[in-house]
Design a protein around this ligand. Structure first.
Ligand code: KIV
Ligand code: ZN
Length: 562
């Protein structure tokens, strides 16, 4: 028994029996607001310096964010300086609104208004905590005390805004967060937000953002969605409000809570790239956006170069994006398992053949090219990989199209090498294995010289191919000769002329490969051994007939070896 769990109070869900959100579908992008430079930055071991923040800001602008929370300018000199730099160096595009966070406390609000001077478009985001727990253990106050703080903050912000607008013509919008909204009684959350909307003079034409933080995620995402739907239904000033979500990820459901929150009626999403933020982080905006994208909805954010965004993120935050992170992780478009590799191959083939306009590849929820990852290997080879994986690499990376019947044979060779090494094999290593296995085998039979010529019988008669040559085996050179209807037939005839008649020809295929400037023929020959085993040989040569003959010798040498 894991008895410690008894000390936790289960989440009390809001009662909403006639909830509508489960039947809703997300069909359009919300208003996005990045809080990377604030919530994300305040949670870093080493917060970003000025240059890093400027680079991150530019990256967010390039992705397409129109609202970016740049910091908490009243909280630290660095944050203040960064905001001033963005404004004074004129680094904020006209269609981007910067957002600044401030506690609902008079002296901090004053300082925040000093910090935003000279900006064109600003959202002043103020907050105070409203949760049952915080009221009890932190503020030791009742709900009225908390409402008074918010309303007084709103009054001061409105007054300072009017003064600043008169002075500079700045465009200021308001955002209020009842911090720890999800831990607040819903009717209290509704009441405080309605009071704030009134105090700020919110109207249909002058909406105020009401941000509903899931400050500490404490329930399943459906309970969060119930809260959002309940709140939206009961807020008197709903039409004058933009409902914003701000989910943290304590239970690992920040993205899910946000998605269900959107279904429940929210208009706006705050979050961070790759889910950076306090503790387990904030909802990951990239994942939410790409999830929409994968459902055919334009997210209005551009992640088509995710590797670059990841590089900026990692260099600025000194955090690592996990290998399995959706859409961005190193391994998320990689298949090691044989059955997955096979299904991916078939999906790619199906798309090419059918000309479908849709993405229909099993195991790949989106086309890696859509996030700029088309040049990374999807199929990687370890001991879990199947027979088709190594053949795929040979085709993709080196233009060697092994016949299907040969896949199990070469797959087993690669698997044995992976097992022996105890690790993944790189494409070049797979190629080297192929080379060693099929091209370096020169024993016991070695063709020293040969001549092939054709003879035609009459005008429309059959063509006869003659093979003459010297084959070395048992340390002796043997003259061999044979005739057939093609070079393969003629060579088997020549082998028979010296008593080598136990290997039966089964199949042949060939294609051209270009190596450097010239193109060569690659022949795959399958033979049956006296023990009834199928063995392949491969020959590569500028002369197509010699490529086949080399393939036969290779197959026989391999058969002798086994
Ligand atoms: O998580 C939170 O509650 C916040 C607020 C300050 C909006 O970050
Ligand atoms: Zn937060």
């Amino acid at each position: 028994m894991y008895q410690g769990c008894k000390k936790y109070i289960p989440f009390q869900p809001v009662q909403l029996k006639d909830r509508q959100w489960p039947d809703k579908v997300i069909t359009k992008a919300p208003v996005w607001c990045s809080v990377d430079l604030r919530d994300g930055n305040q949670a870093l071991v080493t917060p970003m310096n000025l240059e890093e923040k400027l680079l991150f800001f530019k990256t967010l602008v390039d992705i397409g964010f129109k609202e970016i929370e740049v910091g908490f300018p009243s909280a630290s000199e660095t944050e203040y300086e960064i905001l001033r730099t963005l404004i004074e160096r004129d680094l904020i595009p006209d269609d981007v609104t910067i957002q600044v966070l401030v506690q609902a406390r008079p002296h901090l609000i004053q300082k925040t208004f000093e910090a935003i001077r000279g900006a064109k478009n600003v959202i002043v985001h103020f907050y105070n905590s409203t949760s049952t727990l915080q009221r009890k253990v932190v503020f030791n106050t009742d709900m009225q005390g908390v409402i008074d703080i918010a309303v007084e903050g709103a009054r001061l912000i409105r007054k300072l805004t009017e003064e600043e607008v008169a002075r500079s013509g700045i465009n200021i919008r308001y955002e209020y967060s009842p911090e720890s909204f999800s831990g607040t009684e819903m009717d209290n959350a509704v009441e405080i937000c309605d009071r704030v909307l009134e105090e700020l003079g919110a109207t249909l034409d002058n909406k105020v953002i009401i941000n509903l933080p899931n400050t500490v995620e404490g329930s399943t995402p459906n309970c969060h969605a119930d809260q959002i739907e309940y709140f939206c239904r009961h807020l008197k000033g709903r039409d004058s409000a933009i409902i914003s979500l701000h989910a943290h990820n304590d239970r690992g459901c920040g993205v899910a809570a946000t998605e269900l929150g959107l279904m429940a009626g929210a208009d706006r999403v705050e979050g961070t790239l790759f889910g950076n933020g306090e503790r387990t982080g904030n909802a990951d905006i990239m994942v939410i956006a790409m999830n929409m994208y994968s459902q055919g909805v334009d997210p209005e954010l551009d992640f088509s170069n995710i590797n670059h965004i990841k590089d900026v993120y990692e260099s600025c935050t000194k955090m690592k994006v996990h290998e399995r992170h959706p859409y961005a992780g190193e391994l998320v478009f990689t298949a090691f398992s044989g059955s997955h590799q096979d299904a991916i191959n078939k999906g790619v083939e199906y798309m090419a053949k059918s000309g479908t306009q849709y993405w229909e590849v099993p195991y790949l929820p989106i086309d890696p090219a859509d996030v700029g990852r088309q040049y990374e290997p999807i199929i990687r080879i370890n001991s879990q990989s199947g027979k088709g994986g190594a053949a795929f690499i040979m085709a993709q990376s080196f233009g060697y199209h092994l016949p299907k019947a040969m896949h199990p044979e070469f797959g087993a060779i690669v698997k044995a090498a992976c097992d022996a090494e105890g690790r993944e094999l790189q494409p070049q290593e797979i190629f080297d294995l192929f080379h060693k296995e099929y091209f370096e085998i020169k024993y016991p039979y070695h063709l020293k010289r040969y001549k092939l010529y054709e003879e035609h019988e009459g005008q429309d008669g059959e063509t006869q191919v003659h093979f003459e040559g010297v084959l070395r085996f048992q340390n002796v050179d043997h003259e061999i000769s044979g005739t057939g209807n093609g070079p393969i037939d003629a060579f088997f005839g020549a082998l028979r002329s010296v008593g080598i008649n136990e290997y039966k020809f089964v199949s042949y295929s060939e294609h051209a490969v270009s190596s450097g400037a010239d193109s060569k023929a690659l022949s795959y020959i399958q033979i049956r051994t006296p023990e009834n085993k199928m063995v392949f040989g491969v020959g590569l040569d500028g002369n197509i007939s010699l490529a086949s003959i080399k393939g036969i010798i290779c197959a026989i040498n391999r058969a002798c070896r086994t």
